[in-house]
Design a protein around this ligand. Structure first.
Ligand code: PCA
Length: 327
């Protein structure tokens, strides 16, 4: 037996002997996310896991499973609800079919800057939390992606040139946007973007510079049109029973780490915007401002989608929009 393993055993024996009976067993928590390790959201939740580990002296040990490796994007909400895993991360607007409130952050030009996105999150957070609570879930934090901009194979200035393009979508709002542009949407997971372009399934998309740079969009598109039309959020949430099984100190540690992760995530997102646009340019893409005609068409589509959202969301939705607009 080596000295190392003997001292290990000794340490373990001492720890056992001195452990007070009250102390709970260490908990290993699996945390699935759809997004890969190159994405700032994933780096942020890894730091969150580290903060929780440190604050609980290792009692809560969160393992992040990135890139749809443990569960696919469409399953994560359900498996956390069922308690198969205690917590997870998804794109909030993927739940828009369950309730329109979840799709509010994906309407073009309703909230297109970080200040507006923060005001929209403040106005909608109580309604989002209430719906999660009704399903036995607790919202921990939400962080926006940078503004959503167009990736194309030609320098489009006339919005009519988007007609007939096969267009990658990632939620119902991007599907609707594509339809209103006269394009044909196809749902593609973020990690599958390069393959979807290289196999010809899609030829255009709207997403953040973070996703564009991570996918090396310059390999399959040539023009980035900087519309920054909305800032969709990722949401991190836990199974409420898993949380209430913790000691009060542990629960406080998780909630404090969540608040820190939300603040840090928004900062990371803001810093990413310029950084990743520069990376797209470095990769060889042409960076363009939208033409007046394209901006006008997207603004018009934003109004249509806001009206459609209000019809679906009713008085509850109107109250959230009013709170956002300070009415
Ligand atoms: N990236 C994710 C969601 C929004 C974004 O910027 C995606 O493209 O799927």
């Amino acid at each position: 037996m080596t000295i190392l393993s003997r001292s290990h055993m000794l340490g373990a024996a001492l720890a056992l002997a001195s452990a007070p009976a009250m102390v709970q067993a260490q908990q290993s928590w699996d945390m699935p996310t759809p997004y890969g390790d190159g994405i700032f959201h994933t780096q942020n939740i890894m730091q969150f896991a580290e903060d929780v580990r440190t604050a609980t002296d290792g009692a809560i040990d969160i393992t992040v499973h990135s890139g749809n490796s443990l569960f696919g994007h469409a399953e994560i909400h359900d498996v956390v609800r069922q308690g198969v895993v205690p917590l997870g991360e998804i794109l909030l607007s993927r739940l828009a079919n369950d309730d329109p409130i979840f799709g509010l952050d994906s309407i073009p030009f309703l909230a297109a800057s970080y200040d507006e996105a923060a005001a929209l999150w403040e106005a909608s957070r109580p309604a989002v939390e209430e719906r999660f609570e009704a399903e036995g879930l607790t919202v921990l934090f939400a962080v926006p992606w940078p503004g959503q901009s167009l990736y194309l194979r030609q320098p489009v200035t006339d919005p009519a040139d988007m007609q007939g393009l096969s267009f990658r979508a990632y939620n119902v709002a991007t599907e609707r946007l594509a339809e209103l542009l006269g394009a044909t949407p196809t749902q593609i997971e973020e990690g599958d973007i390069p393959t979807a372009f290289s196999t010809g399934r899609v030829e255009a998309m709207i997403t953040s510079p973070s996703t564009g740079a991570n996918a090396r969009a310059w390999d399959f598109t040539s023009h980035y049109i900087d519309t920054q039309a909305w800032l969709p959020k990722n949401i991190v949430f836990a199974n409420a029973s898993a949380l209430t099984s913790l000691t009060e100190e542990e629960m406080d540690a998780v909630m404090a780490a969540a608040a820190a992760a939300e603040a840090r995530g928004w900062e990371m997102s803001m810093a990413e915007t310029a950084e990743k646009i520069a990376a797209l340019e470095e990769g060889g893409m042409t960076i363009m401002e939208p033409s007046d005609a394209l901006s006008a068409r997207l603004a018009e589509i934003g109004q249509t989608m806001t009206a459609e959202w209000l019809t679906e969301a009713g008085a509850d939705g109107q109250a959230v929009i009013d709170a956002y607009r300070g009415n």
